[in-house]
Design a protein around this ligand. Structure first.
Ligand SMILES: *Cc1c(COP(=O)(O)O)cnc(C)c1O
Length: 391
């Protein structure tokens, strides 16, 4: 079965009569049992690892459906639900580190993940070294220490869209016994099957493409068999859970993930090609463009491209950037991305880069939604006229 089909039907077997297409929402702290023997029997099954609910914090139907679905998407063994993408980052890392360990973190990582390492992980005696997103397996292997337990990848990188050699990095990390964690927000398992390349734990900020409608914040961590016992323990010990209403919206969004990504990816590529020819644009940062430095790796490892990319403008003033972005008809100004609507925002590298700082011109980020790409290009055409007028 193809992933697109799995995304439509996964998790639905948990439906009890009446048989509705979507799962009923069970809001629960307490789960009731008919007798002590049923309680004991359920507890026994739970302890043996069955997906059976003893209490509202575990194995409720919405959660089971979501975890099953995200597991199918990423090609993992088991998954846990967490309340945000950033929680997924934290839980995945905490699952496999201990005091005295060392983490190799890609320099182009999502900013708040970086802060988590520098602030919270450091407080628990875990040291982080940042590495070049363009580093191959050998260079990453050379940075590994005897106490390196995590090599973290995010490809393409946040805001600057560098593509990493994930299979080679996995080989280097595994040769020295480390776990590989991947943030797979951009491609998702549909376009970048990182677990096939050896990744042990996938961080999925479901807030973005999986939800797809800008109305829910949620995350998941998916583990292979090797990492599952660690992840399972960490998520339980850290009390990770999420509301069934949010998970309902998430599962509903995921049913249409494949078609949304296909349409948004195609529109984004069309707009990226159009932008690359504009005189106001110095460079488009989109790995599916033949001119992109990451294109060869992207072509080898990805099955498609999504709707998020960067644009380096020609040297210009802050006022010109504001003139470009203010008053767009179809592009909203706002954080996050992955919804059905288009967004435009200056790329904010305020979390800093250590190894590969951005040394280009003004950088902006576009997210292409489900609008007709012709309308979006017309909107940008007018925006560029404002941009030129503000010079
Ligand atoms: C948005 C994002 C996150 C965090 O997700 P939240 O649900 O907003 O916490 C993590 N990683 C990447 C790459 C993201 O873009």
């Amino acid at each position: 079965m193809k992933k697109a089909t799995k995304l439509v039907h996964g998790g639905r077997h948990a439906v009890h009569p009446p048989k509705t297409v979507n799962l009923p929402i069970a809001r629960a702290s307490t789960v009731l049992f008919d007798s002590l023997s049923e309680l004991a029997e359920t507890q026994k099954l739970f302890d043996a690892g069955e997906r059976i609910a003893t209490y509202g914090i575990v194995n409720m139907p919405q959660r089971n459906a979501f975890e099953e679905l995200v597991c199918e998407l990423e090609g993992g063994h088991r998954a846990v639900t967490v309340p945000s993408g950033l929680a997924a980052v934290a839980v995945a890392i905490l699952a496999v580190v201990k005091a005295g360990d060392h983490v190799l973190m890609v320099d182009s990582v999502y900013g708040p993940s970086r802060t988590f390492c520098d602030r919270t992980l450091a407080r628990f005696g875990v040291e982080t070294t940042y590495y070049d997103p363009l580093a191959g397996g050998e260079a990453v292997g050379a940075l590994m220490r005897p106490n390196t337990t995590v090599v973290y990848v995010e490809s393409p990188g946040s805001l600057t869209f560098e593509v990493q050699d994930v299979p080679a990095i996995c080989r280097a990390a595994h040769a020295k016994g480390a776990f590989v964690i991947a943030d797979n927000a951009w491609g998702t398992g549909l376009y970048c099957p990182v677990m096939d390349y050896g990744v042990d734990l996938v961080v999925q900020p479901a807030t973005k493409y999986l939800g797809g409608h800008s109305d829910v914040i949620l995350g998941a961590v998916v583990a292979n068999e090797r990492a599952w016992p660690r992840l399972h323990e960490a998520a339980r010990d850290l009390g990770q859970t999420a509301s069934p209403d949010d998970i309902y919206l998430m599962v509903r969004g995921m049913r249409t993930l494949a078609i949304r990504l296909e349409r948004q990816g195609a529109a984004a590529l069309e707009i990226a090609r159009w932008l690359a020819k504009r005189p106001e644009v110095k460079r488009v940062l989109h790995p599916a463009l033949e001119s992109d430095p990451g294109h060869a790796l992207w072509k080898r490892d990805f099955k498609g491209s999504s709707g998020l990319f960067g644009v380096e403008l020609q040297p210009c003033s802050k006022e010109q950037v504001a003139a470009l972005m203010d008053h767009c008809e179809h592009f909203g100004i706002g954080y996050s991305w992955g919804g059905f609507e288009s967004l435009i925002i200056p790329a904010n590298l305020r979390h800093g880069r250590k190894v590969r700082p951005w040394d280009g011109g003004p950088l902006i980020r576009l997210h292409i939604g489900l609008e007709d790409p012709a309308d979006l290009m017309a909107d940008l055409d007018v925006a560029f006229a404002r941009f030129r007028a503000a010079a």
